[in-house]
Ligand binder design. Structure first.
Ligand code: SF4
Length: 732
């Protein structure tokens, strides 16, 4: 038996795993006791990874050879890799020649490795000349990015997992981390067991498994987070719980914010948020004072943990900023156990951000809108210029394809035909695009049905490179077995496409992509070294790191500049922020109601989210029957009073309709929801269920219903709320 240290490919906790192999096949997995994120623990998803990688599973589930469709309605036929790359390059070149580079769109994934992301960004922005490259991380973390930059000056979560044990108060907002980040939640439970005085506040419209352990659950009305945070600041000001000295020394803009929250009186906030005033007072006190110790324990702080409930919102950036305002106003930042700490949904959402993997970003946290940053990146890449035309964000890219503005879509490691909101439009975009390429490890995703060219990619167990988890920790991903079939690494596919395009677009000039595609280890390390150099002098400087150091000393946190002895566990301990004058910036943004309020026609607020044992569209977790033991089918969860009123019983089928589409789903009573709210898991799509339920009713994925309304600053869609109506379905 051989053992290989690697990283779990699911959530942003970034647990280390040890992969066991026998005879060239993966036979087992266990938690890596030496990994600082998980100390040997794994959740149900991580601990069953090996079962999804067994050869028999792979034969059924994997895309193993390149395939090309002669026509959209034809079955795809195998094609040689060389022909596939040549065909793709010819099609892309033709579209660029006819319509310009912005007729192309690249849509990537937070599950790609940093090296994959780096190559595709250089390909799109450096070689082809379009900023139309975005990622499903837009659906996940872009509001956190915008919130950090607006307040603290850089997209850098300042805290770390070890801070759980130093906190006197954990403020968990918009995160069911008991299910979505299970191993991190085990650390929350351990921290509380070690410190019984710790107070846990959970802000969530639903009484989730996370909320069930809270000392105080604030079941706020959907979308009212900004009002809640302003209301808490109002109370802190009234009670003298703000840290005037910290505000004076380290921040700017507090007078404006103070004026804004003057009207956020508890009675008004309680009415808007659907909360009671005593709970607001308690939450403000615990947050400001770092718990409930009397007298306050200055050694303990308040740590906020937050995720999609804040991010997936039409005011996502303002929600993030309003929460960070509270940390700055109370000085709960820059010391052990204190600070805002966004949890990343995907395994490498952070790495994607580091290499500029969003349409508005450039390498090493540079901004596409900044001419000096564009010039720096052009010099690093050896190109004349990086385009200044704003690129399309995820939803916009598909809207542009539906309008005919984008003619070709290159999709890597993600499934937009299930995961993007307003599926009717997304599918129209995929139909209308002249050329759709999907590079993917799995054969049967909903998006595969729309692809002209399917390119087999490697996946967990086969891939090698790096990922960065929620606490800025870079871990190595190592290959335990060779690629299945003819699968290639995502970055290799990008390099081979780039080299084919270079013969057309830059003939006779040295390649911008001189990476070894035969020796994958050497090629991936060379890409990472180039990325490392791009970070020199930036907030995420990793010039002191190397793959050999990661091999010797294990996963490391950034920044880790040349000459440093180690990375930084937490940021801003000196009170100096990466802004022009070193001060953090309060954001005085008023509360805005939901983009699509409920009304008489669509009276329910639909919330979407993860289940404990599944991941995204289930292309991996859906292979294992045991992972359906927890939740066997998609069920619309509803308050019992609402079910009574609609004459629905558990298991009945209901029509669920929004302004964009309709599905039929079985209903289930859930007294932990407030009346007027319904919840449906995000994992099932219509294709996965074969399009029909056992009683013959058509079942669609939840994104048939969701809205493409988005935060104007982060462009992240509001997947946590859509106004819907629910009616009992007539049985056939
Ligand atoms: Fe994987 Fe996340 Fe579970 Fe850890 S907590 S094993 S990273 S899914």
């Amino acid at each position: 038996m051989q053992e290989t240290q690697s990283t779990c490919p699911y959530c942003g906790v970034g647990c280390g795993v040890i992969i066991e192999t026998r005879g060239g096949a993966i036979t087992g997995v266990r938690g890596d006791p030496s990994h600082p994120a998980n100390h040997g623990k794994l959740c149900t998803k991580g601990s069953t990874l090996h079962l999804t990688a067994a050869p028999a599973q792979a034969a059924q589930a994997r895309l193993l050879v390149p395939q090309l469709r002669a026509r959209r309605d034809a079955e795809p036929a195998p094609i040689a890799w060389s022909s596939a790359i040549t065909h793709a390059a010819e099609r892309l070149e033709g579209i660029v020649a006819a319509h310009g580079p912005d007729a192309l769109g690249f849509y990537l994934s937070g599950q790609l490795l940093t090296e994959d992301y780096y190559v595709f960004n250089k390909l799109a922005k450096g070689l082809i000349g379009t900023n139309n490259i975005d990622t499903n991380s837009r659906l996940c973390m872009s509001s956190a990015v915008a919130g950090y930059k607006a307040t603290l000056g850089a997209d850098a979560p300042p805290a770390c997992y070890d801070d759980f044990q130093h906190a006197g108060c954990l403020f968990i907002a918009g995160s069911n981390m008991a299910w979505a980040h299970p191993v991190a939640f085990r650390r929350v439970e351990a921290a509380r067991a070690a410190n019984p005085q710790m107070k846990i506040i959970v802000v969530d419209p639903r009484r989730t498994e996370t909320a069930a352990v809270a000392d105080l659950h604030l079941p706020l009305a959907p979308g009212t987070d900004v009002m809640l945070f302003h209301g808490l600041l109002h109370i802190m000001l009234r009670e003298g719980w703000v840290d005037e000295a910290y505000i004076d020394r380290h921040t700017r803009g507090f007078a404006e914010l103070k004026a804004l929250v003057r009207d956020a009186v508890p009675g008004h906030v309680a009415a808007i948020c659907g909360l009671n005033q005593d709970d607001l007072l308690r939450a403000a006190r615990w947050f400001a004072l770092g718990g409930d110790a009397t007298p306050p324990d200055a050694r303990r702080g308040t740590l906020s943990l937050y995720c999609q409930g804040l991010n997936q919102s039409s005011s996502g950036t303002d929600k993030n900023a309003a929460l960070i305002n509270l940390h700055l106003a109370t000085g709960q930042i820059g010391r052990a156990g204190a600070g805002p700490f966004s949890l990343t949904g995907q395994p490498n959402a952070m790495g994607g951000r580091e290499v500029g993997g969003l349409s508005n970003l450039l390498s090493a946290h540079r901004d596409m809108g900044n001419p000096a940053h564009r010039a720096e990146v052009a010099a690093l890449w050896g190109v004349e210029r990086v385009p200044d035309q704003p690129g399309k964000a995820a939803v916009e890219m598909f809207e542009a394809a539906a309008d005919g503005e984008i003619k070709a879509l290159w999709i890597a490691c993600t499934n937009p035909a299930q995961s993007l909101p307003r599926q009717s439009l997304v599918r129209e975009a995929l139909r209308r695009a002249e050329f759709v390429v999907l590079q993917e490890a799995f054969a049967h995703t909903a998006t595969a049905a729309f692809a002209d060219l399917l390119l087999p990619a490697t996946t967990w167990g086969e891939k090698l490179g790096t990922v960065t988890n929620s606490e800025r920790r870079i871990s190595r991903v190592r290959a335990a077995v060779p690629p299945s079939g003819e699968a290639r690494h995502d970055w290799q596919i990008g390099v081979q496409l780039a080299q084919a395009l270079e013969t057309r677009l830059r003939a006779g000039r040295p390649s911008l992509f001189p990476y070894d595609t035969v020796d994958a280890q050497a090629g991936a390390e060379a890409i990472w070294n180039e990325h490392r150099e791009s970070t020199r002098g930036r907030d995420l400087d990793i010039t002191g790191l190397s793959w050999s150091l990661l091999d010797e000393r294990g996963p490391q946190q950034w920044p880790f500049a040349q000459g440093a002895a180690s990375g930084k566990a937490r940021l801003y301990e000196d009170g100096v922020f990466p802004t022009p004058d070193g001060r953090a910036l309060f954001q005085a943004q008023p509360y805005r109601a939901l983009a699509e309020p409920c009304d008489a026609r669509y009276p329910f607020s639909l919330n979407t989210g993860r289940l404990r044992d599944h991941w995204h569209g289930m292309s991996r977790t859906g292979q294992l029957g045991r992972l359906f033991a927890h939740e066997s089918e998609p069920q619309l969860q509803m308050h019992p009073a609402d079910m009574d009123r609609l004459q629905l019983k558990n298991g009945d089928l209901a029509h669920v309709t929004s302004r964009r589409g309709a599905i039929v789903a079985p209903v289930r009573t859930d007294a932990q929801l407030s009346s007027g709210q319904v919840f449906l898991a995000m994992h099932w799509g219509s294709e996965y269920l074969g399009g029909r339920s056992s009683t013959g009713q058509r079942l669609g994925g939840v994104n048939a219903l969701t809205t493409p309304e988005r935060c104007p600053k982060s462009r992240q869609p509001e997947l946590k709320h859509a106004a819907v109506k629910v009616l009992k379905a007539q049985m056939p």
